[in-house]
Design a protein around this ligand. Sequence first.
Ligand SMILES: [Zn+2]
Length: 132
Amino acid sequence: MIRPMVNRDSAYFWEGTQKGELRVQSCNACGALRHPPGPACPECGGLDRGYVVAAGEGEVFSYVVHRHPPVPGKELPIVIALIDLDEGVRMVGEVHGVQPEEIEIGRRLRVDWHRVDDDLTLPVWRPVEEDS
Ligand SMILES: [Zn+2]
């Protein structure tokens, strides 16, 4: 399968997923949140970074259903969504537990964890039941 790139800027994120934490980078100077992570704050230019742990819920901003070409280690189709977290940042993620024709913009999703091996846990998203 394709493994995500872990580098100095994103290591905090992948350390978080291993602990079941969805981490969002924050600026220690002005407090702004950002995702994907980067070296400098887009709001104030600050370089001092931290993170917060997101509650792990959001809603679908947009999505694609990937049917072709084949992806190593994946069963198709895959639903990939851009998710607006309640914290105000946008993340891309795979949606599980939903048929491609059921996904829609605005659908509430909650993060879940897919442990690949000792070194890698991937966030996946599942629909929040409507009446809960
Ligand atoms: Zn800042």
